[in-house]
Ligand binder design. Structure first.
Ligand code: NAD
Length: 284
């Protein structure tokens, strides 16, 4: 199955990256969010990113114009009826995602594949909200999408081999390295990464070391390119908390309990880079 037209839903940091990568790989992209100003802002992010690539000589001005021309912004989700694939990248909230998939199931013809970029929610449960569970799959891109080569491709219980093969092939055509993963909480990436980030937060919470000290230990001692707390701010503290809660709920194991300090920050609106304040402070 050839996938040429893709609707990306969600204009946050992941949706912008996915729209950019899909358009760069020659796909026509319809880009939707509940909020049109957010999509306009997302388009500016893509345009600035492409400008930087032009300045560095990695992209020609003509190629940039052509990539941007393939992205069409839309406030009408009904336009999902014309695409081959929908990639959902809205906030990490099961009730919102299942409501969206139900709606998409009513709008899209039966051959359309519905993919979710969820970091940790069960694909099988999202698929069960539709009448086409065999056409639903996880496509877990990494942040920042234009830079990171990995996509975890997650099979729901009912995902068909045909759909899996089509998405695996598309991921390669997007210039990524797909890795097959089964549908269990946190998949592979976040099952390993998030407990490390949560433990780093506990280390600060218990007064073992400062934020800067924890990050320095992990960068200089473990050769991590970014400290875990800087990475948590980059991912979004609300997203980190949601993933820890899903691991905790999914495995019913206390080793996944979210640190109270993470909860407190999220409740106060400190969400990391996107809100200007997390473990570090960011200027706009
Ligand atoms: P974000 O908070 O930056 O953006 C979410 C966007 O979704 C917002 O623009 C919001 O307006 C929009 N939205 C919410 N509900 C909507 C709806 N019903 N219809 C249309 N738009 C809606 O979030 P993000 O960091 O881009 O994450 C998006 C998804 O990608 C989440 O599932 C997250 O777990 C996953 N993910 C995040 C990262 C990361 O590092 N942040 C990495 C991989 C995967």
């Amino acid at each position: 199955m050839s996938i040429q037209t893709i609707m990306v839903i969600g204009a946050g940091q992941m949706g912008s990256g996915i729209a950019q990568v899909a358009a760069s790989a020659g796909r026509r992209v319809l880009w939707h969010d509940l909020s049109m100003p957010l999509i306009d802002k997302g388009m500016l992010v893509i345009s600035n990113q492409l400008d930087r690539n032009v300045a560095k000589g990695r992209l020609t001005e003509e190629a940039k114009v052509s990539i941007l021309s393939r992205i069409q912004l839309t406030g009408a989700i009904e336009e999902a009826a014309q695409v081959d694939l929908v990639i959902e990248a809205i906030s990490e909230n099961m009730a919102w995602k299942t409501a969206l998939f139900q709606k998409l199931d009513g709008i899209c013809p039966s051959h359309v594949i519905l993919a979710t970029n969820t970091s940790s929610l069960p694909i099988t449960e999202i698929a069960a909200a539709t009448t086409r569970p065999s056409q639903v799959i996880g496509m877990h891109f990494m942040n920042p999408v234009p830079v990171m080569p990995l996509i975890e491709i997650i099979r729901g219980l009912e995902t068909s081999q045909h759909v899996f093969d089509a998405i695996f092939q598309l991921s390669k055509e997007l210039g990524k390295t797909p890795v097959e993963v089964q549908d269990f909480p946190g998949f592979v990436s976040n099952r390993i990464l998030m407990p490390m980030i949560n433990e780093a937060i506990f280390t600060v919470y218990e007064g073992v070391a400062t934020v800067e000290a924890v990050d320095t230990v992990m960068k200089l001692g473990m050769n991590h390119p970014m400290g875990p707390l800087e990475l948590a701010d980059f991912i979004g503290l609300d997203t980190c908390l949601s993933i820890m809660e899903i691991l905790h709920e999914g495995f019913k194991d206390s080793k996944y309990r979210p640190c109270p300090l993470l909860r407190k920050y999220v409740k106060s609106g400190r969400l990391g880079r996107k809100s200007g304040q997390g473990f570090y402070t960011y200027s706009s």
